[in-house]
Design a protein around this ligand. Structure first.
Ligand code: AMP
Length: 419
């Protein structure tokens, strides 16, 4: 059933407690913490503008990093309040706590349209423990709960789950923010009955991370294209040699059963037919963990399906980019999760960027809906400069994967239904 959203609420003069994902990358410069990328803050602006226009008293709560119940000053949300004020063009108040008398007093003097950001909820261990006493203290601050933090919705924490239960118990409504609503629409509803052909592109490091997603998508997709290191586990399952490629040798049974299921259901499951390979060479340099840095040397395309013992597969090859690309260009719905190669190294990025260009082309010329399922795929699309040429990019990493697996996310389940 569809969830209640902020658009369904009458919030005039009401205290609205909104969970946001402000877990932004920060770094210390001249003794101050500076935000490196404010995308997550920007993404909450539509919901905030709507609530401000409707005269809500807005109380924002979020986590930052992993302070493990300690008041680690480098993980304070104070710099986020300043950045948000810049972006909103209006003051944003900040209190250095998220529960208790001081917070309640500040909330008590809020006027319609005011915005207040609370301190990092993870300064309390009770947050991740979903402690009911802590959740009840958060709930005391508000009349209405809004969750716009899709990226944290797979966790049953006090600020994502427990608090909603208490607000609902007290008769308050719990609704999805506009960002959360879009995530549920594109990763959920749009993929329930997709326009066909529905083509899924999967890549990244491990089969084991995505096996449940593959399993579920085998019931929906017309074609599944597999690239990235994940492809080598499938190749191994089929009896090919994979050399020094990143592979999960103990997961070949999982790959085999996916291949069998695809055959039984008539789903086309395609693997790369050629690769870019490189020779890994141990250097004298040590990494942060004290292990020798491995350099990937002598990159070249390999058309032979068996990868020699000395070589590592690092990207899909040109023939695969072309054959995968032709399928992507004919798609009407595209879901992409995971890069095709080690795209962080420009020498091995062409597979990922080539597919990204085809996804953008299918969106523009074929009217395809293209949905990018979070994490590294979003980074790759942005790096290719194509972020504005796809239909939707998820803001969740783990949350997107769990949602695509068909799991009920606790932070979503806690929201009210739109009857
Ligand atoms: P994931 O988080 O599972 O989507 O994995 C993303 C990571 O997979 C990226 O950091 C890529 O560098 C890595 N990756 C993709 N293809 C390969 C490959 N052929 N060998 C090693 N790592 C890869």
């Amino acid at each position: 059933m569809a969830k209640l959203t902020v658009k369904d609420l009458n919030v005039r003069g009401k205290r609205v407690l909104m969970r946001v994902d402000y877990n932004v990358p920060m770094e210390e410069k001249d003794g101050h913490m500076v935000i490196n990328d404010a995308t997550r803050i920007e993404e909450t602006l539509p919901t905030l503008h709507l609530l401000i226009k409707q005269g809500a008293k807005i109380i924002l709560m979020a986590h930052l990093g992993r302070p493990k119940g300690q008041r680690d000053p480098s993980l304070s949300l104070r710099p986020v309040a300043a950045k948000l004020a810049d972006l909103l063009g209006r003051p944003v108040a900040f209190v250095d706590d998220c529960i208790g008398e001081k917070v309640e007093k500040t909330v008590g003097v809020l006027q319609p349209g005011d915005v207040l950001l609370l301190e990092n909820v993870r300064y309390y261990n009770e947050e991740e423990a979903n402690d009911p006493v802590f959740a009840e203290k958060l709930a005391r601050l508000a009349d209405v709960y809004v969750n716009d933090a899709f990226g944290a919705a797979h966790r049953a924490h006090a600020s994502t789950e427990g608090v909603a239960r208490f607000i609902a118990k007290g008769g308050g409504l719990c609704a999805a923010g506009l960002l959360m609503e879009r995530e549920l629409k594109f990763l959920g509803d749009e993929l329930e009955n997709p326009a066909r052909p529905f083509v899924v592109i999967l890549g990244g490091a491990k089969v084991s991370d995505k096996i449940k997603v593959i399993d579920r998508l085998l019931e929906k997709a017309d074609t599944i294209l597999i690239g990235g290191a994940m492809a080598y586990t499938f190749k191994l399952a089929l009896g090919f040699k994979v050399g020094k490629s990143l592979v999960e040798a103990d997961k070949t049974d999982v790959a085999k059963s996916a291949l069998d299921k695809a055959k039984a259901r008539g789903v086309q499951l395609l693997l790369p037919t050629d690769n870019i390979v490189a020779t890994p060479v141990k250097t004298d340099k040590l990494n942060k963990k004290g292990k020798p840095v491995i350099e990937l040397t002598n990159p070249r395309p390999l058309t032979e399906p068996n990868i020699p013992d000395t070589e590592e597969g690092v990207d899909i090859g040109p023939a695969t980019i072309k054959s995968f690309g032709d399928i992507v260009r004919g798609a009407k719905t595209i879901l992409w999760n995971g890069p095709m190669g080690i795209f962080e190294d420009p020498r091995f990025a062409e597979g990922t960027f080539g597919i990204a260009r085809m996804v953008a082309e299918a969106t523009k010329q074929n009217g395809a809906k293209s949905i990018i399922g979070g994490g590294d795929s979003v980074k790759a699309i942005n790096k290719a400069g194509l972020g504005d040429q796809v239909t939707f990019m998820s803001t969740g990493g783990g949350a997107s994967l769990e949602f695509l697996e068909g799991r009920v996310l606790p932070g979503v389940a806690a929201l009210g239904d739109n009857a």
